[in-house]
Design a protein around this ligand. Structure first.
Ligand code: ADP
Length: 446
């Protein structure tokens, strides 16, 4: 039984069940039909006896029958007997070979030799003389014949029925298991081709298999995204880390050969420190972005007051408050992860300082517009040319590396956009070269 497929097991089980039900039904039909046949025969007997009784009189000890009197009607034979139980009128059926005593008004079954009869006797009295017996009798339905007939029908019908049941069950089982076959085939194809882009693609439904297929597709989707992200991470990280590593290596080689004074050493150490710092920043940003992409970053959404959060972060960071101005409308609530929103705001403000002009200004504003909260960071710095405005959100994209003294990673804004997306929000940029930029986060109100 272990090696039989589930489809076959279901087919066998359903066929057996159907066979059992069919036998049960036949048995039930047998019982019902025999009892119905007997009830019909009794009913006919009663009616005929009642009818004939109304048309029979006894005069001077002799029976007188009316015109409507029937000796044989609807299978019922009527006989008239004297008080001494000798037959006066009517024809006893040939198969009736027994002598059966009389009982007034009692319907009973009597074994009359070869056949069984249902009998009803009525005593017809007379005022002046002895009355007579009126006996009605009808053949009792033959149960043995009924069983035989039903068995004959069963012998032909049951195998056909079982065959149809088996075919039907197999068809249903096959249809029901088709999604499972699709799941297995997709999983095998992915496994063999090592290509995660395959999907089961069942139309959405509410049954277990459709849900399972949907869950599998989601799992494949996540797996694919996670593999892609890992591939991207490895490629990006190795490419970007190569630059600071080679700068550090070059600086060390140069220092070994040419640095003589403590000032030379100090300069080299500062350069190595800056490059190591950049590497650390790069690694931590890449890791956090990859985690967000894979959905493994712990995100704790809570209802927060955006203005207070912005003010708190600006205070914590100890940015120069002569240059930074925070203006926040009160009671603007959003659902957000404070840690991630903090990361987003820090990136924007740091960029605003980095690409702002010397002694320029940075404005952080929290406002509300229709159904959304807005957190904007404005600077009066160098601005971004229009052609670059779409590109700056890409990973590792920097408008001009010289702008950030080679310290930028080109990851900040791509992380900012990712954080906005996690919060069901989006980023907009309004910037003019030479005048400054406004980066705005739009969030649904919480
Ligand atoms: P980076 O580490 O280089 O700052 P970002 O992803 O944060 O990386 O920014 C990408 C590029 O966008 C930067 O290299 C810079 O040229 C430009 N940029 C970002 N913010 C501003 C800003 N406030 N003003 C002008 N340019 C900006």
């Amino acid at each position: 039984m272990k090696n039989i497929s589930v489809k076959k097991k279901i087919t066998i089980l359903l066929t057996m069940l159907m066979g059992f039900l069919a036998c049960l039904l036949l048995g039930y039909m047998l019982v019902i039909s025999s009892s119905v046949a007997e009830r019909t025969a009794t009913e006919q007997l009663l009616q005929t006896v009642r009818h004939n009784t109304e048309h029979l009189e006894v005069k001077d000890g002799r029976p007188e029958v009316g015109e409507a009197f029937d000796y044989y009607q609807n299978g019922v034979t009527t006989l008239i007997y004297s008080k001494k139980e000798s037959l006066i009128a009517g024809q006893l059926p040939v198969s009736f070979t027994s002598v059966i005593g009389f009982e007034n008004g009692v319907i009973r079954k009597a074994d009359a030799g070869k056949m069984e009869y249902i009998i009803l006797d009525m005593w017809i009295p007379s005022d002046w003389s002895d009355g007579v017996w009126l006996r009605g009798m009808i053949e009792a339905p033959d149960n043995k014949l009924l069983v035989k007939n039903l068995l004959m029908i069963s012998l032909v019908a049951l195998p056909v029925f079982m065959l149809l049941a088996a075919l039907g069950s197999y068809h249903i089982a096959r249809r029901s298991f088709r999604p499972l076959e699709a799941i297995t085939a997709t999983a095998e194809a992915i496994n063999e081709a090592k290509d995660l882009s395959g999907r089961i693609g069942l139309p959405p439904g509410n049954d277990e298999f459709s849900r399972l297929a949907g869950d599998f597709d989601q799992m494949f989707e996540r797996l694919e995204r996670s593999f892609e992200a890992e591939k991207q991470f490895t490629a990006d990280a190795s490419h970007e880390l190569r630059t600071p590593v080679s700068i550090i290596k070059g600086a060390c080689e140069y220092a070994e050969k040419y640095d003589e004074t403590p000032e030379d050493h100090q300069e080299t150490i500062s350069m190595i420190y800056r490059q190591a710092d950049k590497m650390a920043k790069l690694i931590s940003r890449l890791l956090s972005m990859t985690r967000m992409e894979q959905g493994t970053e712990k995100i704790r959404m809570e209802r927060i007051e955006l203005g207070s959060l912005a003010k708190e972060i600006c205070k914590e960071e100890m940015w120069d408050l002569d240059q930074l101005e925070v203006e926040a409308q009160q009671d603007i609530f959003v659902n957000a992860d404070t840690e991630l929103l903090g990361r987003l705001l820090r990136n924007l403000v740091e960029n605003a300082f980095k690409y702002g002009k010397a002694n320029g200004h940075v404005w952080v504003r929290v406002t509300k517009d229709k159904e959304e909260a807005q957190l904007s960071v404005r600077d009066d710095g160098i601005g971004i040319p229009e052609a670059e405005q779409e590109k700056i959100w890409r990973r590792f994209y920097q408008v001009d590396t010289a702008r950030s003294d080679g310290e930028g990673t080109g990851l900040g804004l791509s992380m900012v956009r990712q954080i906005a997306g996690i919060h069901d929000g989006y980023m907009t940029l309004d910037s003019k070269p030479g005048e400054g930029s406004i980066f705005t986060l739009h969030l649904p109100l919480g």
